[in-house]
Design a protein around this ligand. Structure first.
Ligand code: HEC
Ligand code: HEC
Length: 288
């Protein structure tokens, strides 16, 4: 009897260990794959780009600040046993001085790092619809800030993050794997209170509210986060432009009368100006 128990235990330990080694091996080989992006050039656009626009995109419109920090020296994204210890790296000139403008653009737009490997946990999906001029503005801004010498620790991913990403359930882990690397840059409508500009801006909501703004559990999110609600406002009689703007400015949901919880980027949206919010509303209300 004792022998059987010992043998059974031995087998269980063996299976668990090979499973672990298998997961580790698969995660490493997926991370080590290299990717080729269609050739492009952007340094001419960067040379004449609008640094102020880049700063607004970084800190207000596109949420880079939440992962890369207010001083651009990096910030903690998540820290727990299941997901791991994940931070956004330093983007100041101290770190990016050896990168070409094209390499930085490739990282933002296609999720491919300087070494040709996929960046891990960088949401390039949310930026694939940005125009070349807007990405040039971001790069001009990154180049303009004071350098901060902070190396930052290597990201470590937990077993849940590894398992989900290998099962294809967490695309943010391997953005380059899922993006079309032959697709060029998107166009950009004029900055005005229009449906078209609203659609352009609303891309920064898709990472949480979904490609079609239907809401649901946030992909790649921390297990403690609430689900994102649907924001197809044409389909709801309870929303109008005034209610929408009020909810963004106060950070309170008109339905529940409660403060919107993290990770809804309330602090960033509170800085959107009237043109941006009107454009956003004009677009969201077209969705039924
Ligand atoms: C959800 C968090 C998150 C957001 C939002 C985010 N990033 Fe990142 N970013 C990361 C992580 C994590 C990496 C590191 C990936 C790696 O090293 O594998 C990264 C890497 C990068 C890199 C490559 C630098 C390097 O050392 O690898 C650039 C450039 C970059 N991000 C720019 C941006 C810009 C610009 C924005 C906003 C338009 C942005 N990021 C928004 C998390 C984020
Ligand atoms: C990082 C994830 C994230 C991003 C990016 C994000 N949201 Fe949200 N949003 C949430 C979550 C989560 C909630 C629910 C909060 C709660 O239940 O307390 C929410 C709630 C809302 C609500 C309240 C809806 C209701 O029914 O009460 C609105 C409106 C909203 N978001 C609009 C936007 C818009 C517009 C954008 C893009 C400009 C955006 N969000 C970007 C995560 C996000």
């Amino acid at each position: 009897m004792k022998k059987i128990i010992i043998v059974t235990l031995g087998i269980l330990v063996f299976v668990a260990a090979t499973g672990f080694v298998g997961l580790e091996f698969a995660f490493r080989s997926e991370s080590a794959r290299t990717y080729t992006v269609k050739e492009f050039s952007i340094h001419e656009e960067v040379a004449v780009a609008d640094i102020k626009l880049g700063q607004r995109m970084y800190a207000v419109r596109n949420g880079c600040i939440d992962c890369h920090g207010p001083d651009l020296a990096g910030a903690v994204i998540m820290e727990n046993g299941a997901m791991g210890s994940i931070r956004g790296p330093n983007l100041t000139p101290a770190m990016l001085k050896d990168w070409t403008d094209e390499e930085i653009a490739r990282a933002i737009r296609y999720g491919v790092g300087k070494n040709g490997r996929t960046l891990r946990f960088m949401p390039s999906f949310d930026f694939k619809g940005l125009s070349k001029g807007d990405i040039a503005a971001l790069i001009a801004y990154l180049r303009s800030v004071p350098p901060v010498e902070a190396a930052g620790a290597e990201n470590r991913f937990g077993p849940v993050a590894k398992g989900l990403s290998l099962a294809g359930k967490m695309p943010i882990m391997f953005p380059a794997k899922y993006l079309d690397l032959n697709e060029g840059f998107a166009g950009k409508p004029a900055e005005a209170a229009t449906v078209e500009f609203g659609r352009y801006l609303a891309q920064s909501c898709t990472g949480c509210h979904g490609q079609e703004f239907r809401g649901g559990p946030i992909e790649g999110g921390d297990p403690s986060w609430p689900e994102a609600p649907g924001i197809r406002f044409g389909a709801s009689a309870n929303w109008n432009e005034a209610v929408f703007k009020e909810s963004i400015r106060t950070g309170v949901s008109p339905g529940t009368k409660k403060e919107m919880r993290a990770p809804m980027p309330v602090k960033l949206l509170q800085q959107w100006d009237d043109t941006e919010l009107t454009a956003l509303w004009s677009y969201l209300k077209t969705l039924n």
